[in-house]
Design a protein around this ligand. Structure first.
Ligand code: PRP
Ligand code: URA
Length: 211
């Protein structure tokens, strides 16, 4: 598993506003969207492309287009949904699969309540979206679902990650596939109830309100 920390002053600025407990939901949603657009530059560095001829007003030349089969974007509900528009904006030909995962807040185990992924993902690049990589349980479940369906090239896009969660993903993935994780910031630690510190609180609640 490869980790990429997208260190950039604009990203650090926007993450700081996200962390602020006084930032209201409308601003929070807007910033998540903007951050994904910035992170997508790093996340799509190895997106598959092919050559195509293009006629300019002056001549014919060879250019580049996104290759087929189209990439699959998988937002992890709920909070990953806040990242979907930003990602489809830069990858408009991508298709979208959905995974509904939630943490049992007592045991921190991942519960799957929705799975709308294509049967097979052989040869397709997959982009998993989830703002928070805490214990890593949710991301490991999502990665396992797509690897079981034949994906071998997976990029996870997160905003904040805890070192404990990164290690968990690294150990779980092992040598099974090409998995990279792109994050805006690696935080200090998890607290005793599995929240990222300093973090930003509960991303789903801050985007969409209390369940
Ligand atoms: C949050 C977050 C991740 C998960 C991270 O989701 O969006 O999916 O927790 O924690 P983990 O790394 O320990 O698995 P949550 O379960 O709160 O659901 P929600 O998005 O519906 O609020
Ligand atoms: N999920 C969140 O939304 N925030 C955390 O800090 C940990 C898990």
């Amino acid at each position: 598993m490869e980790l990429h920390v997208a260190d950039h002053p604009l990203i650090r600025h926007k993450v700081t506003v996200l962390r602020d407990k006084n930032t209201p939901s409308p601003t929070f949603r807007l910033l998540v969207d903007e951050l994904v657009t910035l992170l997508s530059y790093e996340a799509t560095r190895n997106v598959r492309v092919e050559q195509r001829e293009v006629e300019t007003p002056l001549t014919t030349t060879v250019g580049t287009q996104l290759a087929h089969p189209a990439p699959l974007i998988v937002p992890i509900l709920r909070a990953g949904l806040g990242m979907l528009d930003g990602m489809t904006r830069v990858l408009p030909i991508a298709e979208v699969g959905f995974l509904g995962l939630m943490r049992d807040e007592q045991t921190l185990e991942t519960i799957t309540y929705a799975n709308r992924l294509p049967e097979r993902l052989d040869g397709r690049q997959v982009f998993i979206l989830d703002p928070m990589l805490a214990t890593g349980g949710s991301l490991v479940s999502a990665i396992n679902y797509v690897l079981e369906r034949g994906a071998t090239d997976v990029t996870c896009v997160c905003l904040l990650a805890a070192p404990e969660g990164i290690e968990h993903v690294k150990q779980s993935v092992g040598e099974r596939a090409d998995v990279s994780v792109v994050v805006a910031c690696v935080d200090e630690k998890l607290n005793e109830v599995g929240y990222i510190v300093p973090g930003l609180g509960d991303a789903g609640d801050r985007l969409y309100g209390l369940v």
